[in-house]
Design a protein around this ligand. Structure first.
Ligand code: HEC
Length: 152
């Protein structure tokens, strides 16, 4: 009698709890890995987001100023990486080369700057710390430093 009850409740646990969990996991898996595995902190929609701020001298100048204020101490005054006050061993990358670990479209770069590099990253998100327009200005500025960067 005891073992039957045990077997019964095990079955209930399997069907009621483990099965839905497994299903939920399987449903989430492709979405989660597509969005995050290759681009930590990125989102599936990010690549398609277009830069709403035109590349003008004014935008680039504003981007340079915002970069100097918020980013240079980690990414370096010329965005070449390894700024003077970067957390130890964090190695902030060169933002003037063609390598974009989190994706190379303006939308993907925007997402990293806005939301940060993900839970394990020292790259924090800047959404709300400055107007969105300045985040795009920074991207225009970074693009101006890297004439041969990957296509936007
Ligand atoms: C506290 C230091 C720190 C500050 C401040 C900081 N970053 Fe970062 N950033 C990092 C580190 C470290 C990485 C690399 C880790 C990662 O990719 O998650 C990174 C990664 C990035 C990336 C992704 C590069 C790639 O290859 O995809 C971009 C873009 C970026 N930062 C832009 C900025 C901008 C723009 C600012 C200012 C608004 C800024 N960061 C401020 C530390 C910092």
């Amino acid at each position: 009698m005891r073992s039957m009850t045990a077997r019964f409740s095990l079955r209930v646990v399997t069907v009621r709890v483990l099965l839905p969990l497994a299903l939920a996991f399987l449903v989430q898996l492709p979405r989660a890995s597509a969005a995050f595995a290759q681009q930590p902190g990125g989102s599936a929609a990010a690549p398609a987001v277009k830069n709403p701020v035109a590349v003008t001298p004014a935008s680039i100048t504003a981007g340079a100023a915002a970069f100097k204020k918020y980013c240079a101490f980690c990414h370096g005054a010329n965005a070449k990486g390894n700024g003077p006050l970067a957390p130890k061993d964090s190695n902030p990358p060169d933002l003037t080369d063609a390598t974009w670990t989190h994706g190379s479209t303006d939308g993907q770069i925007f997402t990293v700057i806005a939301n940060g590099g993900g839970a394990k990253s020292t790259m924090v998100g800047f959404k709300g710390k400055m107007p969105d327009q300045d985040l795009w200005n920074i991207i225009n500025y970074l693009r101006s430093l890297a004439p041969k960067a990957a296509a936007r």
